[in-house]
Design a protein around this ligand. Sequence first.
Ligand SMILES: Nc1ncnc2c1ncn2[C@@H]1O[C@H](COP(=O)(O)OP(=O)(O)OP(=O)(O)O)[C@@H](O)[C@H]1O
Length: 243
Amino acid sequence: MAKLELRGVVKRFGDVTVCDGIDLDVEEGQMVCLIGASGGGKSTLLRCINLLEPIEDGAILLDGEDVSVPGLDPQRVRSRIGMVFQSFNLFPHMTALENAMLAPRRVKGKSREEVRPEVEALFTRFGLADRMDKYPDQLSGGQQQRVAIVRALAMKPDVMLFDEITSALDPQLVGEVLDVLLQLKAEGMTMVLATHEMEFARQAADKVCFLKDGKIIEEGPPSEIFNAPKRAETRAFLERALK
Ligand SMILES: Nc1ncnc2c1ncn2[C@@H]1O[C@H](COP(=O)(O)OP(=O)(O)OP(=O)(O)O)[C@@H](O)[C@H]1O
């Protein structure tokens, strides 16, 4: 597990500044939730952390090492920072087990024999032992998303990023995915989540950051942000979101 620090991160698309000098500390083992209105820049910020988007300015530090300097191998960084998306993105022609074994084999060059027991242990840990040999279309949305989480964990990342991972799920399947996050938190994983699950953020986050127009305009423990937000924007957003 690692500490993640963002220092003055700037991301622009053309003339539009989507991340406008973001500073954020995520301590080892912390769960940080990013909340805010649609278009505030949550997804883009996560994509920048994972080097899926180049940044214009600032730095992204993983245990003190600047991983955003040009020239570093993004695959090497991505093997330390796992990411899970709203759409599960599993390969339909591969079983759940094959999906999860792919990256450690391709990126880390490990053999099937080496990877298989490690990945099987992850499936067991997250209640998916009997789903390993199924294809994605034989799994529920919640199971597919849990497989996607297992696939990211198979790389043994130090940090995990989650981008609205329950937004595409039927409401009755959301809980089983959020339970996986609670389990990871209990195991000490460092995590950053963009989420609309306000009750989950209130109960599980160590820190909540409210993003607006590419800036963190409010941050603190959920007890502060939810009970006594300092900013009118945060209050109005929470009132709508918690209705
Ligand atoms: N590849 C891109 N090219 C141009 N503009 C982009 C691109 N990706 C995102 N944007 C813009 O950046 C802004 C922030 O988008 P982003 O998806 O990061 O917000 P968000 O807070 O995650 O919103 P949501 O909750 O709807 O996912 C939006 O105005 C969006 O249109």
